[in-house]
Design a protein around this ligand. Structure first.
Ligand code: SF4
Ligand code: SF4
Ligand code: FES
Length: 251
């Protein structure tokens, strides 16, 4: 069944902009991205929107729909009543390029600061062996599609631009946790997580977990275990003594 949706879309660029109202046809089974594409095809050919897969896998169509961070391609129009105004705005935490497209390079800069996997020097790639339980633990984190909705919703940088240099964000915390929990990884990322990635600024509000389209349990399975490891490293008297006696070799 077809109906006409009331769409309110933010249009503008880095210098400013505002919400504009449109009426757009909606067909049964469509998602918000379909309707944005129809708007683009019929009324606003210069509307900027980023997308690639239309299957919830590339992570590029992140936006805010009625103020909630979502993937445009995975949000069904049937979620909204036909007479409801649907407001689509760019993600708020990153600078706007144009219309619904933002500059998410902050996340790539932070990703570059995360040290990569460091296997034991005497182990060749074909010799890696892991227990299934270890594979499963990191598998959850590897489902990340880098949509950065978790980064967008985290109040530490959403409301405080000045925290950005000192906070890598939940997407990077799961990357650090994945490597820290990897049985073959020899690097110690706890100090980096706490001091440079800003793990201590996270107050485990779980907003990141709530918006993750891959349902990764970011807070409970990555952030809290990382915080425990950092606390154990710093405040456990046995660990402290062990570090004094058997100092780790510098990486
Ligand atoms: S749990 Fe931590 S990282 Fe996640 S949104 Fe809250 S403050 Fe940010
Ligand atoms: S952890 Fe989830 S919300 Fe964050 S970037 Fe990955 S898929 Fe997106
Ligand atoms: S277009 Fe790829 S996740 Fe939406």
């Amino acid at each position: 069944m077809t109906h006409i949706a009331q769409l309110r879309v933010w249009r503008g660029d880095i210098d400013g902009g505002g919400l504009q109202d449109f009426e757009v046809e909606v067909n049964e089974g469509e998602v918000v991205l379909d309707v944005i594409h129809r708007l683009q095809a019929t009324q606003t050919p210069d509307l900027a929107v980023r997308w690639n897969c239309k299957a919830g896998k590339c992570g590029s169509c992140s936006a805010e729909i009625n103020g909630f961070p979502r993937l445009l391609c995975m949000t069904r129009m049937s979620m909204f009543s036909p007479d409801e105004t649907i407001t689509v705005t760019p993600v708020r935490t990153f600078p706007v390029v144009r219309d619904l497209v933002t500059d998410v390079s902050f996340n790539y800069e932070k990703a570059r600061e995360m040290p990569s996997f460091k296997p034991p020097a005497d182990l060749q790639p074909g010799e890696y062996r892991m227990q299934q339980v270890d594979v499963e633990r990191s598998q959850e984190f590897r489902k990340c599609i880098e949509c950065f909705l978790c980064q967008n919703v985290c109040h530490v940088i959403r409301d405080h631009e000045d925290n950005k240099p000192n906070f890598a964000g939940p997407r990077m915390f799961i990357r650090l946790a994945e490597l820290e929990m990897h049985p073959l990884d020899t690097a110690d990322r706890r100090q980096l997580a706490q001091d440079e990635a800003g793990l201590g600024l996270c107050n485990i509000t779980k907003c990141c977990t709530e918006v993750c389209p891959e349902h990764i349990t970011i807070t409970d399975n990555a952030i809290i275990p990382m915080k425990e490891r950092v606390a154990g490293d710093r405040y456990d008297p046995i660990v402290w003594l062990g570090r004094k006696i058997f100092r780790r070799k510098p990486d």
